[in-house]
Design a protein around this ligand. Structure first.
Ligand SMILES: [Zn+2]
Length: 118
């Protein structure tokens, strides 16, 4: 990670999402309006967020609901093997939604956060 000049390393910023004050320690901090924690939960550019409605680990597929209410097919082949072993109902994901022959499908899926069981 590139080091910033001394004058900017002690700068403080306020997160636009949660309002927490964070220190600008990296180039990424300097360019983002969000604190590192919120940044972790926000989808990368071009991706959207969703929540798993159900996922059958044995069969390797399930469905997620996007934040704008679309039902998206979720295949384990679009997850890393480690994420595919952990993904469960209510987990938060980021992905690209692509319209396929059988409706919306999630591509390049990233597991953002596992939610404790209900
Ligand atoms: Zn924040």
């Amino acid at each position: 990670m590139k080091r910033l000049p001394m004058s900017t390393t002690h700068r403080e910023r306020t997160c636009r999402r949660c309002g927490v004050i964070f220190l600008v320690l990296t180039e990424e901090d300097a360019q983002s309006d969000y604190c590192p924690a919120c940044r972790h939960l926000l989808p990368p550019p071009g991706n959207i967020r969703g929540q798993v409605r159900w996922f059958d680990r044995r069969k390797g597929f399930g469905f997620a609901m996007t934040t704008d209410g679309r039902d998206v097919y979720l295949s384990r082949h679009q997850l890393t093997p480690a994420d595919a072993r952990q993904v469960h109902r209510r987990a938060l994901l980021s992905f690209r939604a692509e319209k396929g022959r059988h409706g919306w499908q999630a591509r390049d899926v990233h597991l953002l956060q596992l939610i404790p069981p209900e």
